[in-house]
Design a protein around this ligand. Structure first.
Ligand SMILES: [Zn+2]
Length: 417
């Protein structure tokens, strides 16, 4: 009986020692709920989520929580968001969305479909200069305009061409991006699916933007003191997301990146109750979807000297079910890559790790370029991936499969030395 009791107690202790899937799910659902309106800027959703994280870190029993403020200029769409194509009403976030640096727009416009088969930039500009084409919206495939961006960038500027704006086609599901929203161009730019705009002659738009100057955001930094203070481990994840596209649509971002944020919360809860050998930092960044602003600010104003970071783990979008885990490492972190692979195999976590080239795609990057040993973990191209940056990245489409193996991989990396 006594033996059984000991087994039972050690099983419970093991559970307490380990990952916490029910808490993880609760946190993902909370952060992606309508309360936070997609953790964007115009409605204060990001900062509200930051306050929630501060409370959760404190409840976890960490030794210290610091809010690190910084500010950004950012274009937002909190108001009207309506579009009609030849009188057919389109759905915001499904059939169309706005380029992040688009101004608002109200009115009815003829549509000029660019002939991409017989394309000639000079001819296009000459044609658009004709009186009969004045005030039109120029419609073209996004990648084509990217290829010919010298010509098409003129169509964004006042005084260069009399067109009213641009309609860029992007295959469904239509995406929304915020990365370059720190400015507003002269003319509206509207993403639309090829199906929604095919053969359409006239478009009506009613879109309101609001440009926020010096809008204050903050990183949430929790610390658990270890036995040694001369160096530390850092877990990071961004908690901001894309916010609103008009009054009705918001981007829940359950996978991107409530999943990584919730993982970091559970890691803080774990280490707060199991005193680690080294100091541990748990950093929830804001401003990531506005071009890595929070992590860049932290890397420039670190709360711990970057040279003292033994390893940094950035977790972004692990709410997916691909049996292979994607990762990127900094040059300084590469020496440990074989150990990640070995632990992954020994603990039977993922089928494999798939290492890609380092890129400025998430919050590890500002640290990687400053010589910090780090790894970026992302689970992509599973069932949740098609919902990336759409309003359907929500609690129903997020996958729970990768949380436990990611948790085990990073904790084993630290604890099995
Ligand atoms: Zn992300």
């Amino acid at each position: 009986m006594k033996k059984l009791l000991i087994i039972f107690i050690s099983l419970v202790a093991f559970q307490l020692n380990a990952q916490d899937l029910p808490y993880f799910k609760r946190a993902v659902k909370e952060l992606s709920s309508s309360r936070y309106q997609g953790r964007g800027y115009a409605r204060g959703g990001a900062n509200k989520a930051g306050k929630y994280l501060e409370r959760e870190f404190r409840k976890a029993g960490v030794d210290e929580v610091t809010l690190q403020p910084f500010s950004i200029d950012i274009n937002t769409f909190p108001g009207a968001m309506e579009m009609w194509a030849d009188r057919k009403k389109l759905r915001a976030g499904v059939d169309f969305s706005m380029r992040e640096y688009s101004p608002g727009v109200k009115g009815e416009f003829p549509v000029y479909h660019v002939d991409t088969l017989n394309f000639d930039g000079d001819k296009l500009l000459a044609d658009l200069a004709k009186a009969e084409n004045a005030g039109c919206l120029v419609c073209c495939d996004f990648w084509f305009t990217y290829k010919h961006r010298k010509v098409f960038s003129k169509l964004q500027k006042a005084g260069e061409c009399p067109n009213a704006g641009l309609l860029l086609t992007w295959e469904a599901p239509i995406k929304f991006f915020k990365a370059y929203g720190e400015k507003v161009v002269d003319k509206p730019i509207d993403w639309v699916t090829p199906e929604a705009i095919e053969n359409v002659k006239r478009v009506k738009l009613n879109v309101e933007n609001e440009f926020l100057n010096d809008y204050e955001l903050f990183n949430v930094v929790a610390k658990v003191e270890g036995e040694r203070h001369d160096s530390c481990y850092v877990f990071t994840a961004h908690y901001d997301h894309l916010g609103n596209l008009g009054r009705k649509v918001y981007y829940p971002g359950a996978n991107d990146n409530a999943s990584g944020t919730a993982t970091v919360l559970t890691l803080a809860r774990h280490y707060a109750t199991h005193r680690p050998a080294f100091d541990m930092y748990f950093v929830a960044f804001s401003g990531e979807d506005a071009n890595l602003r929070g992590s860049t600010y932290f890397a420039e104003h670190p709360l711990v000297p970057l040279s003292q970071i033994r390893y940094l783990f950035n977790i972004d979008m692990i709410g997916d079910d691909n049996p292979v885990l994607y990762c990127e490492l900094s040059d300084a972190g590469m020496g440990e890559y074989p150990r990640f692979e070995k632990l992954n195999q020994e603990l039977h976590l993922f089928e494999a790790l798939n290492r890609g080239a380092l890129a400025a795609n998430s919050d590890h990057y500002p640290f990687a370029v400053r010589g910090v040993p780090c790894i970026f973990l992302e689970n992509k191209e599973g069932h949740a991936f098609p919902h990336y940056h759409t309003p359907s990245d929500n609690r129903k489409t997020v996958c729970w499969d990768s949380y436990e193996p990611v948790f085990k991989l990073v904790t084993a990396f630290i604890d099995h030395r």
